[in-house]
Design a protein around this ligand. Structure first.
Ligand code: 5GP
Length: 191
C-alpha cells in the first residue's frame, strides 16, 4: 500500500535493534483516514473468503481490525492480554511470547465470541516472529473455527513470522513489507 509506505518513511522511527516506532499514526495516535483505507485494502483482498468475524489482539490491532470488519460488515473480536473483572471464566486462551517486549502474555477470548465453523480473518499491526499470529490461530482452533487469513499492517520480512504462518496454512496479506531496518534506514521488499 503505497500511501502506508510513504507514511512509514515520513514518520516511522527505527529504534534498535530492528524495531520500528509508528506511534504517530498507528500505535498511539491513530490516523483515522489511513486506518479506513487499510480496512478497505484488507476487505478487498479477503472478500471471497466468506469471513464471519475479524479477530485481533488488544490494543494496537483493534483500529485496523475494526476498519476491516466495517468494510466486510461483520463483527470484530479482540483477544485480551489480561483477564478483566468482566471476562467470563469460560474462555479460550493461549500463551504468546513477545520478543519485542520480552514478556509472555496470555491471549484470552470469551467462548461466546468464537464459534465452531466460523471463518476468521485475523488482523494485527505488526508481524515479526509470528507468535501473536500463532496465538490467534490457536484460539481459533480451540473454538473449532477456521483461521482462513491474516492481514498485517507492517510485516518485518527479515523475521521468521511469514514462514511460520504459511506453515499453518493461513493466507497472509501485508500492507507494507520491510526488508531491512538498518542504521535508521527503512528498505521495503522489492526495492
Ligand atoms: P510477533 O508475535 O510476530 O513476533 O510480533 C508481533 C507483535 O509484536 C505485534 O503485535 C506488535 O505489537 C509487536 N511488534 C513486533 N515488532 C514490532 C515493531 O517493530 N514495532 C512495533 N511497534 N511493534 C512490534
Amino acid at each position: 500500500m503505497k500511501e502506508l509506505e510513504e507514511r512509514i518513511l515520513k514518520d516511522g522511527i527505527v529504534i534498535g535493534p530492528n524495531i520500528l516506532k509508528v506511534d504517530s499514526f498507528l500505535n498511539q495516535q491513530i490516523d483515522a483516514k489511513l486506518i479506513h483505507k487499510m480496512g478497505e485494502e484488507f476487505a478487498a483482498y479477503f472478500k471471497d473468503k466468506n469471513i464471519d468475524k475479524v479477530l485481533t489482539v488488544e490494543s494496537s490491532g483493534i483500529a485496523p481490525a475494526l476498519a476491516t470488519a466495517l468494510e466486510l460488515e461483520v463483527n470484530c473480536v479482540f483477544a485480551r492480554k489480561k483477564q478483566s473483572l468482566t471476562t467470563s471464566e469460560d474462555v479460550y486462551h493461549s500463551s504468546v511470547y513477545s520478543f519485542t517486549k520480552q514478556v509472555t502474555n496470555e491471549l484470552i477470548v470469551d467462548k461466546n465470541f468464537l464459534k465452531e465453523g466460523e471463518n476468521i480473518l485475523m488482523i494485527d499491526d505488526f508481524l515479526a516472529n509470528g507468535q501473536a499470529a500463532k496465538g490467534m490461530v490457536a484460539l481459533c482452533r480451540q473454538a473449532g473455527a477456521n483461521p482462513v487469513g491474516l492481514g498485517i499492517v507492517v510485516e518485518k520480512s527479515f523475521s521468521d513470522g511469514r514462514a511460520l504462518v504459511e506453515e499453518m496454512g493461513v493466507d497472509i496479506y501485508s500492507l507494507a513489507r520491510i526488508a531491512k531496518l538498518e542504521e535508521g534506514k527503512i528498505t521495503f521488499v522489492g526495492e
